[in-house]
Write a protein that binds this ligand. Structure first.
Ligand SMILES: [Zn+2]
Length: 49
């Protein structure tokens, strides 16, 4: 990877919902930098664009 996107550096990640079939765990992961985020707590604002 060439590094984080500018948006990621600014703390604006592109959160995509993933889930693990084995454990049933769902979590958000940034499509750009791969940062994961726990589903617990406040969900990040997700833009459609
Ligand atoms: Zn990111």
């Amino acid at each position: 990877m060439a590094g984080k996107k500018l948006r990621c550096r600014l703390g604006v990640h592109k959160w995509v919902l993933h889930h693990e079939p084995e454990s049933g765990t769902r979590f958000y992961q940034c499509a750009h930098c791969g940062k994961d985020r726990s589903p617990d707590g406040a969900l990040p604002p997700i833009g459609m664009g």
